[in-house]
Design a protein around this ligand. Structure first.
Ligand code: NAD
Length: 303
């Protein structure tokens, strides 16, 4: 028997939870017994302001299902906004256990045409939008640990296959997502002493961010398992947010449909050491042999 209320009583912040994958996370945490802070400033896909308030709708959905949730409309990439976001959880529910960094935007363009504003906006929302809430949450948890309370705290970040393998037309986004992978490893190492685990996911799902990209792949099937539904990404995130995931930290998980992959592309792979300097011309067959043993897929580049 599985424990459906695996996060019973835990207090969870999900950023960018008004739509797509974040909305699925918020609903899944609530179904697992968590109290949820639903953050979303209601941005357009490119980050431009919009009159929508999708976070409020998600809070209503959670309440209609008998759960507990509150809205936060702060910009996660704003330093004081991120501080207020963490405080929202403490004010509303008395504590914080889990931070899911998920908010994101895209401004896709080939690097040769990419504008400074497009670079800055995407790096800010993703990279600073991960760091700022993480920084304020970590300070809160460090104070909890100093006060003798064991936090069992969790941070789950959102990277992307683009950050692990690159993605044509998404140089700004891929750079931000690679940055999130590095940030996750560093945070996992630094925060272990406070009882905080830090992991990241690289999801794939049908949302407004992807529905026009992989049109065929993304279409919902008429029957059977809808592998691209955003709800498929959330169970792993809910488990990572639970006390049951203790000891799992500094990991990147690729999640799509019912498939979960531990990404090892950012770790030491096949290696060779002959204890002496190589000649450049010797390295061709040596490197090709190492690559043939690598577990990460070969990158595929288009025209
Ligand atoms: P989405 O556009 O449906 O949802 C993103 C949400 O973030 C939106 O509701 C938006 O209003 C909110 N947001 C944007 N900027 C914000 C800010 N500064 N502060 C607060 N909220 C903000 O997109 P999605 O596909 O659900 O993406 C969720 C995350 O998953 C993103 O980090 C994205 O990069 C990542 N991701 C998605 C896929 C996929 O297949 N959909 C693949 C890889 C990574």
């Amino acid at each position: 028997m599985t424990d459906n209320k695996i996060c019973d009583g835990r207090v969870v912040i999900v950023t960018g939870a008004g739509r797509g994958i974040g909305r699925a996370h918020a609903l899944a945490f609530a179904a697992a017994g968590a109290k949820v802070v639903v953050n979303d400033l209601g941005a357009e896909l490119d980050g431009a302001p919009s009159p929508d308030s999708p976070a409020a709708q998600v809070v209503e959905e959670i309440k209609a299902l008998g759960g507990e949730a509150v809205v936060n409309g702060d910009d996660v990439s704003d330093w004081e906004g991120a501080r207020r976001l963490i405080q929202t959880a403490v004010d509303a529910f008395g504590r914080l256990d889990v931070l899911v960094n998920n908010a994101g935007i895209v401004r896709d363009r080939m690097l040769v045409n990419l504008g400074e504003d497009e670079w800055d906006a995407v790096i800010k929302v993703h990279l600073k939008g991960h760091f700022a809430p993480m920084r304020h949450a970590a300070e809160y948890w460090r104070n909890e640990a100093k006060a003798g309370r064991t936090p069992e705290a969790r941070i789950i970040n959102t990277s992307s296959g683009a950050g692990l393998l690159g993605s044509v037309g998404q140089g700004n986004y891929a750079a931000a997502k690679s940055g999130i992978a590095g940030l996750t490893l560093t945070a996992a190492a630094e925060f272990a002493r406070y009882g905080i685990t830090v992991n990241a996911i690289a999801p794939a799902a049908r949302t407004r961010m992807t529905e026009t990209v992989f049109v065929d792949m993304m279409a919902a099937p008429e029957e059977g398992f809808d592998a691209m539904a955003p709800e498929n990404v959330s169970p792993l995130v809910v488990w990572l947010g639970s006390a049951d995931s203790a000891g799992v930290t500094g990991r990147m998980f690729e999640v799509e449909g019912g498939k979960v992959t531990v990404a090892d592309g950012w770790r030491h792979g096949a290696s060779i050491d002959r204890g002496a300097r190589w000649e450049p011309a010797e390295l061709g067959p040596v490197v090709r042999d190492l690559l043939s043993k690598a577990t990460t897929p070969e990158p595929v580049y288009g025209a």
